[in-house]
Design a protein around this ligand. Structure first.
Ligand code: GAL
Length: 677
């Protein structure tokens, strides 16, 4: 990563470059426009496999050589794709067994992209051979700066259920379990006569008469993430052997698609990279975008990451595809930078004339460089070039949210007290009030080191083993503040209920037991009343949604109580002093305003504060190294009071910051201020 940064001398800026869609005359214009826009990094060749290897083993490198040379001549570094995300049609013709199969047995045909099952040894053989040929050809090429393996693994095909996959699943299970008895216990196969007497009886969780075995499903998700990861590591190993000094990454799919366990994947990358597509039609989209950037930064313990794709304006894949209004693309790019990105790239450089994505925006739109989009692209390129001192710096955080993929997979299984629980909605409900309070958060796995944090928030950790629970309890015992919401600590790693029920191994630290779940229907809510004195609920008619429950308090004190519904009279929010710390529990999803009041109270008690106090709603401030980045997501200008401590700061133009500064609508700026505000 250092190499990449050092080489670029600041932020990476550019996009997916797909020259095979254009005649060579256009390439020359591309180079001129890239220079004009300040592009210094492109991802190249992502969908070039069929054009480079038109028949198995016959390579046509000439045109690709030419593009690599052109980029090098123009001072543009290449994050070179291994081209394996979309196999050429000949692979399916020669080896139809490489095609993915859905749970109901449908074979997915070629004609789109990602038409391979990751478990196919044939696909892996061809993909690795291709990566090897590419690395051999371009090792030492002056344009080569990084490797981009595959593309958005798991984006379209997260799981495949064919015979090849069944075989690979069994092999994976044999490694995971110490014999069939252990598997039978872990999968609770005594239930519904599912006991397996031979490994060959085990299938992927294909379409079945009714609810499948949940432990089998969760293991299949683990297996599927690992199967894709094995494709990635096989290619990576070949690249590393040939070009040991070139960093390797793969662009993660936007958060929301839970196909990959990012924690396991990030450990195998030299640098984390991410594709971000917030919806311009959603006025709150920037909040979960911030959350996903905090996650990317946390995946490698705070190291900078790369924003490898975003849309310059509209996408093509929503029902109604709204463009980004003026300034929004720049603002959202700065938001990624504020939260630790060291590169800002787009999908894609030039808008396609044909194909499924011809209506997707691009840095050079169909209308050409005389367009608002290109003008904004050029402006952002200049902006980032002038801010290169920020690149490489880190983002401090006193608070963390916990996210765990196996728990996410397990949470969203059917046949639960409620199928309305969604991991990302839980994350949003807990993250939004912290974002609004201006508190910077990391997003970490349950077993992460927590000693750097004062506050740890667990939105919904349904699946939790005793070890991870002990780790969270230890954090509180040592003086930390912990917030845990309902339906956490329910099952162990095998999706088996913890003895005594929820919150299982968290019962002691939270000081309570759940005795009955009372989930709420769509539109249903329960009234909430203050219990432990005022200050824990919003004014008006505070209420809980989604969930309520009966609890037996075993040391915890109620702060808020259910005033209506099946759990009326039971605690809705509790606090429990444990060791040197404090643990809070939320037995419902309070309305957004109450959630804000609760989280503000918890932050005060934990001693966690905003980066920049007193900011208006919609204005975000994030510290990166000695810089504070200010972002106005509102559609009107705001006058921002500058704390006395920041008055010796300077803005990007070298102006001393006064007692107040004005931040126009959808604008961003950064100041240098070594001292905390
Ligand atoms: C990403 C993908 C790109 C492009 C883009 C469109 O998921 O990696 O190749 O399809 O979406 O938004």
């Amino acid at each position: 990563m250092r190499d990449l940064l050092g080489r670029l001398g600041g932020f990476g800026y550019g996009g997916d470059y797909n020259p095979e869609q254009w005649p060579p005359e256009v390439w020359a214009e591309d180079m001129a426009l890239m220079r004009e826009a300040g592009v210094n990094l492109v991802t190249l060749g992502i969908f070039s496999w069929a054009n480079v290897e038109p028949e198995p083993g016959r390579y046509d490198w000439a045109w690709f050589d030419q593009v690599m040379d052109l980029l090098a001549d123009n001072g543009i570094a290449v994050c070179l794709a291994t081209m394996t995300a979309s196999p050429p049609p000949w692979l399916a013709r020669l080896h139809p067994e490489t095609l993915p199969v859905t749970a109901d047995g449908t074979v997915l045909a070629p004609g789109a992209r990602q038409q391979y099952t990751p478990s196919s040894p044939v696909y892996r053989r061809y993909a690795v051979r291709h990566a090897e040929a590419l690395a051999t050809r371009y090792a030492g090429h002056p344009a080569l700066a990084a490797w981009h393996v595959g593309n958005e693994y798991g984006c379209h095909v997260a799981e495949s259920y064919g015979e090849v996959d069944a075989e690979a699943f069994r092999t994976w299970l044999r490694e995971r379990y110490d014999g069939l008895d252990a598997l039978n216990t872990a999968w609770s196969t005594a239930f519904w006569s599912q006991r397996y007497a031979a490994w060959d009886e085990i299938q992927p969780p294909r379409t079945a008469p009714t609810f499948g075995n949940p432990a089998q499903r969760i293991d299949f998700r683990r297996f599927s993430s690992d199967a894709l990861l094995a494709c990635y590591t096989a290619e990576r190993d070949v690249l590393r052997a040939i070009t040991p000094d070139t960093p390797v990454t793969t662009n993660f799919i936007p958060l929301g698609n839970p196909a990959l366990d990012f924690h396991a994947w990030a450990a195998e990358e030299d640098v984390v990279s991410y594709d971000s597509y917030p919806d311009p039609a959603d006025p709150q989209a920037h909040i979960m975008a911030a959350y996903s950037y905090d996650l990317m930064r946390s995946l490698k313990g705070g190291l900078p990451w790369l924003l490898l794709e975003q849309a310059p304006s509209a996408v093509n894949w929503r029902q109604v595809n709204r463009p980004k209004p003026p300034g929004r693309m720049r603002l959202w790019s700065w938001q990624a930078v504020a939260r630790g990105a060291d590169a800002v790239l787009f999908f894609q450089w030039r808008a396609s004339r044909g194909g499924a994505e011809k209506f997707h925006s691009a840095m050079v739109p169909h209308a050409g460089p005389q367009s608002r989009t290109f003008a904004e692209v050029r402006e952002l390129g200049a902006d980032l070039a002038g801010a290169s001192e920020i690149a490489g710096t880190q983002v401090p955080a006193d608070a963390a949210l916990v996210l765990d993929w196996p728990s996410w997979w397990a949470l969203e299984q059917p046949s639960h007290p409620s199928t309305r629980l969604r991991q990302t909605e839980a994350d949003r409900a807990h993250y939004a009030p912290l974002w609004r309070a201006g508190v910077t958060c990391d997003v970490v796995r349950p077993s992460a080191g927590l000693s750097a944090y004062r506050l740890v928030v667990v939105p919904n950790l349904y699946l939790l083993d005793a070890e991870a629970a002990a780790h969270l309890a230890g954090f509180v015992r040592d003086g930390g503040h912990l917030v845990v919401s309902f339906f956490s600590g329910v099952v162990d790693g095998d999706d088996r209920i913890h003895p005594g029920g929820a919150p299982g191994p968290l019962a002691e630290v939270l000081g309570l037991r759940v005795t009955e779940f009372w989930p709420l229907a769509q539109g249903e809510h329960v009234e909430l009343a203050e219990d432990g004195g005022p200050g824990w609920l919003a004014e008006g008619r505070p209420h809980g949604t989604l969930w309520s429950e009966e609890t037996r308090l075993e040391g915890a004190s109620p702060l808020v109580t259910f005033a209506s519904g099946g759990a009326a009279g039971h605690a809705a929010v509790t606090v429990h002093a444990y060791g040197a710390g404090t643990a809070y529990y939320l037995a419902t999803r309070p309305d957004a305003e109450s959630m804000r009041v609760i989280m503000d109270g918890v932050c005060r008690s934990a001693g966690v504060g905003p980066v920049w106090p007193g900011l208006p709603d919609g204005v975000e401030a994030v510290r990166r190294g000695p810089y504070v980045l200010l972002l106005n997501h509102d559609d009107r200008a705001h006058d921002i009071p500058v704390p006395a401590e920041a008055r010796d700061a300077t803005d990007p133009r070298g102006n001393r910051v006064g007692a107040e500064l004005t931040l126009p609508a959808a604008d961003a700026l950064w100041i240098r201020s070594a001292r905390d505000l």
